[in-house]
Design a protein around this ligand. Structure first.
Ligand code: HEC
Ligand code: HEC
Length: 201
């Protein structure tokens, strides 16, 4: 059913009030120093770049170029996430460079805790081998250049990333990931994510 103009107006108003609320709550970032901006990342990604929330990625130890590309994609709106889009818009090119260097210098996360399901781990390893994931992400999944570290990342986050590449919501530098995940199911993603989260060389 087509919505009436006043309904559309109300929705627009609600949306802009929401955006305004976000801007106001993030406003101090606009006038802050580089150190203050880096401190802000800690609220979600943790002091050491290791987040406490499985929906928020660990960023510590990611390759500098990868972090820079992602912040650039968020800033340009090419990668969509309301919080990250707003945060990245407040960053200049020089800040993007400095913050990426800082993030890359933090220690990478250890393997995720909790029980390892040996069968799922083995199946994840087999899928990763068939798809040559390590040829780009390194044999220890530590990442390099524009290719992210995958080892030790939360399963929830890795699954979401793989789903975003499959639907095309996330494109990345050269759409290589869409090709890498073509034909894989959610169950496959789950096993691959389990393997990577608990990966031990
Ligand atoms: C309000 C919470 C929040 C804050 C503050 C925040 N982030 Fe994020 N960040 C997220 C979430 C949530 C995601 C995942 C979004 C998605 O799925 O695209 C993310 C994703 C990222 C990614 C992509 C990581 C990957 O593996 O794909 C990078 C890089 C990043 N953030 C860096 C930063 C930096 C640097 C700062 C500080 C300048 C920052 N973030 C501040 C919540 C936050
Ligand atoms: C041809 C090189 C290549 C291959 C093969 C490849 N990847 Fe990637 N992968 C990349 C690049 C480049 C990116 C960054 C893309 C972007 O900017 O979004 C990426 C991003 C990712 C991400 C996002 C992580 C994050 O923190 O945001 C995940 C998860 C991932 N790859 C998993 C895999 C898995 C699993 C496989 C095998 C099924 C695989 N990749 C195969 C190059 C590759």
């Amino acid at each position: 059913m087509a919505s009436r103009p006043w309904q559309r107006r109300r929705r627009r108003l609600a949306a802009s009030a929401f955006a305004l609320g976000l801007i106001v709550s993030l406003y101090p970032a606009l006038a802050q120093s580089l150190q203050d901006k880096i401190a802000q990342c800690a609220a979600c990604h943790g002091e050491d770049g290791q987040s406490k929330d499985p929906k928020i990625p660990h960023i510590g130890g990611q390759p500098k170029l990868f972090v820079m590309y992602q912040l650039f994609f968020y800033r340009e709106g090419r990668r969509k996430n309301p919080e990250m889009n707003l945060i990245a818009k407040a960053l200049t090119d020089a800040e993007l460079d400095a913050i990426s260097g800082h993030v890359a210098g933090l220690a990478p996360p250890p393997p995720v805790g909790g029980a390892v399901d040996a069968a799922r781990y083995a199946r994840g390893a087999e899928l990763a081998q068939q798809r040559l994931c390590a040829s780009c992400h390194n044999p220890d999944y530590s990442g390099r250049e524009q290719m992210p570290r995958l080892a030790g990342q939360y399963e929830d986050y890795t699954i979401k990333a793989l789903q975003d590449y499959r639907t095309g919501a996330r494109i990345g530098t050269q759409a290589v990931m869409a090709e890498a995940v073509r034909g894989l199911s959610d169950a496959d993603f789950g096993d691959i994510a389990h393997y990577l989260a608990h990966f031990r060389p």
